[in-house]
Design a protein around this ligand. Structure first.
Ligand SMILES: Cc1cc2nc3c(=O)[nH]c(=O)nc-3n(C[C@H](O)[C@H](O)[C@H](O)COP(=O)(O)OP(=O)(O)OC[C@H]3O[C@@H](n4cnc5c(N)ncnc54)[C@H](O)[C@@H]3O)c2cc1C
Length: 391
């Protein structure tokens, strides 16, 4: 076989200097502005909007939004580096910023010039925060079964329905809402940009959760919420495709958040095993524990490299990008949770105490295996392509 020429993807195996600088900048922000407060925010269930907004000054309000639209014009791989680094400080905050970025990108990619001009400067500056509303009480994995209706009424649409589990709900300003304008199934769905102050929009109580306590999860309730037709994103019937396109990148970002949380837990374990003594020597002199650290680092590195591979595929719109993003989300979130859980074990009883910070990472990372499509649905996406079926 002829040798293949090096292409853009091959070069991704080594980060560029600019990418290393981006990652370092995000890690510094995580170390200085997130990590010192993460336990407190978790305990008080505080959503630090002011600190989140600071990331906009570093260009993180529209990371892969085009520069012409007011974004940073970076790649998906750059975004993955940023979300991994931010998650070392707090996975929950990094994940919320990733959802905001998904929303901004959807408007940049599928919006018209007027929508881009109206919404993106404020979203990229994080004067406005974004939320993504697909899930409903009766439809999660089977998202195309959603029931929220958007009825055409003169020059607008009237939305009625309930969105479930919406990250940042109540605190966000712009809601991307998937609603039914046509018949059953994915082709009957359209996407709308719904500002928080739209009449008929209200929010459920803040859910009590296992993790992700530094951001609110609430229902978004739409009761006769009227938006102008100019707020429809893309054509009628295109909403499901738009929603799924957003999720390809969202899944990479969530995977990156798992890598960052797990990386932090691994770093804490390395330090802890060096300090803690048992049977007359530091724990890091036991080979079984050295091997455990080696396996944790190897698992993380394998997941990281695969995630970068999927990010590069999405950057070049490769035909198998959706499948690779699903694989990457599954591997990164499963590996991340497993590594964090092992870190907890390596800390012994102290790992179970809140002040060591490890149990929070485990709690935060657990939900990454569920949201943005469960890891069962990720397998479904991968298997579907293998056996040539749609369901
Ligand atoms: C903290 C949190 C934040 C969230 N944020 C958002 C948000 O911002 N926006 C939003 O739209 N949604 C959000 N979600 C919703 C999340 O995406 C859904 O919970 C997820 O898609 C699963 O849907 P479900 O909970 O209805 O579970 P179900 O779909 O009822 O699934 C239950 C179980 O059955 C499995 N299952 C279902 N169908 C199949 C199948 N065909 N084959 C094999 N297994 C299957 C699932 O994998 C799961 O294990 C959030 C959820 C949480 C917990």
């Amino acid at each position: 076989m002829d040798a293949q020429p090096a292409d853009a993807e091959t070069t991704q195996f080594a980060l560029t200097e600019a990418q290393r600088a981006i990652s370092e900048m995000a890690r510094n922000f995580a170390d200085e502005r997130l990590a010192p407060h993460a336990l407190d925010w978790d305990e008080r269930k505080h959503f630090p909007v002011d600190v989140i907004r600071e990331t906009a000054t570093l260009g993180m309000g529209g990371i892969y939004v085009r520069e012409a639209s007011g974004g940073s014009g970076l790649s998906r791989l750059d975004a993955a580096l940023i979300f991994e680094a931010l998650a070392t400080g707090c996975p929950s905050i990094s994940a919320y910023i990733s959802i905001h970025n998904m929303v901004a990108w959807m408007i940049d990619r599928f919006g018209d010039a007027a929508q881009r001009a109206r919404f993106l400067p404020k979203l990229c500056a994080m004067d406005w925060l974004g939320a993504y509303c697909l899930t409903e009480p009766g439809s999660g994995s089977d998202a195309a079964a959603l029931k929220t209706r958007a009825a055409r009424d003169g020059d607008g649409y009237v939305l009625d329905g309930t969105k479930q589990f919406i990250s940042g709900a109540g605190a966000s300003d712009i809601y991307i809402v998937m609603a039914r304008t046509g018949g059953a199934g994915p082709k009957g769905i359209s996407t709308f940009i719904v500002p928080a102050d739209t009449g008929g929009v209200s929010f459920g109580t803040i859910e009590r959760k296992m993790g992700w306590n530094a951001q609110p999860t609430r229902q978004v309730i739409l009761e006769g919420a009227r938006v102008p037709a100019a707020n429809r994103l893309g054509a009628e019937g295109d909403g499901f495709r738009i929603a799924m396109s957003g999720l390809d990148g969202g899944r990479l970002n969530i995977g990156a958040c798992s890598l960052g949380g797990a990386q932090k837990a691994l770093e804490a374990s390395i330090a802890y095993l060096g300090e803690r003594q048992a049977f007359g020597k530091p724990l890091n002199e036991f080979q079984a524990l050295q091997f455990r650290l080696a396996d944790m680092a190897t698992g993380l590195e394998a997941a990281r490299v695969f995630l970068w591979h999927a990010a590069a595929a999405l950057d070049r719109s490769a035909p198998d990008a959706t499948r690779l993003c699903a694989m990457a989300k599954r591997i990164a979130t499963d590996t991340g949770f497993d590594v964090a859980n092992q870190a907890l074990q390596l800390h012994g009883g102290y790992g179970y105490l809140a002040e060591y910070g490890i149990e929070k990472i485990v709690r935060d990372l657990r939900v990454h295996q569920i949201l943005e499509g469960t890891n069962e649905i990720m397998r479904l996406i991968v298997a579907r392509g293998m056996i040539g079926r749609n369901a």
